[in-house]
Design a protein around this ligand. Sequence first.
Ligand SMILES: [Fe+2]
Length: 432
Amino acid sequence: MSAQSVFGTAALPALPSWAEPPADRPAAIRQIKAALRARIAASGRTVDEVFAVVERQVKAEVEDIAAARERGEEIWPVIEYADLAAGTVSPAALALLRRRGCLVVRGHFPREQALGWDRDIVDYVDGNRFFENYRGPGDDFFGSVGSKPEIYPIYWSPAQMQARQSDRMARVQAFLNSQWKYESEGVRWFDPERDSLYPDRIRRRPEGADSAGLGTHLDPGTLDLWMTAAYQKAFRHLFDGTVEQYDPWDAAHRTDGPQYPGTTMCSAFRTFQGWTALSDMDHDQGVLHTVPIAGAMAYLMLRPLLADVPDDDMCGVAVNQVFPAGEKWHSLLLSALSGIPDVRAGDSVWWHCDMIHSVAPVQSQRGWGNVMYIPAAPWCPRNERYAADVREAFGTGSSPSDFPAEHYERTWTNRFQPADLNETGRRGLGLD
Ligand SMILES: [Fe+2]
């Protein structure tokens, strides 16, 4: 690290910030880009120099992934639940998890239990005449009555809640949370041992399905990543010339700030996004892919500052749409896109919250593709705030406020009941 970056930080020019999405977006983008460039320049380095450091790091990872693929190795780290529970995960496996930023947990749940949950969900939705009453995606399209969805806007089935409050889920979430640095600057940013029980949906994609998949994108935010004071602090090392110190596992300032509203937003801070498989899925059947480079966010955040990007453009990032990753600006990263290995019902799949991911297309799918979305969302100020909304939704069987207001389960009397909460469930909802 250079002397300037040690001693220059205090004197760097401040950044403008917007607590709400800016009304004049192109003007705000021009303003923040100029301010970021000026701040980096004041540290004694140019944007090009700083970006070159990141590009070298990313390139080394891309080459490592290509070489591993060449050798026929699995790109995604895989850890057995039994090793994780016994605390016997090898240092090499831990290092690979932190390098790649994603993970398959094998045997997270017994296969029979996961298949049983899948059947229970079918009984739950069938018994409550979900398909007869289905109004189409979100609240926008009432024309598709009767068509079966793949994403079920169902949140409160006994199966989902049993998985969320299970000891096995708590154990894996605590393991994943503890990969992060959650204490610094005299602050404990989150509690790694307590999850906030973020309710999400399920996907059941039937045998024979054709699916266009989902393009490469990321979910942690949009323009707020550059424009809010909290995120500017979280990504401080990218913006003050100390890019070598950027740590994708540092939770500092990530667990408090607001996020710009939008249909794609997630109110919670998630250390990892994740899902649990409720069917066996082969690696070539339209499965999840990621760019398995934990530090790639530095590239994504700094790329818009290079001279070839128009001054009012953040490489296509806009408010109220997911953050796109594409060939135009991110082709180096996308060359590392890697799919999960074959998974079996009861395995779970996890990826760092800043990670580029996609779902591959599939034609005439072999077998089912069924998952329960359950992330790791540790207890922190941001998640505690959202837990109030979750408690309300749980009590009334409503769709949680991060999701479209569909509320199918309000009248379903066999949804999971408060009396069925265990200690983990109660703590996750903030009831204890
Ligand atoms: Fe996503």
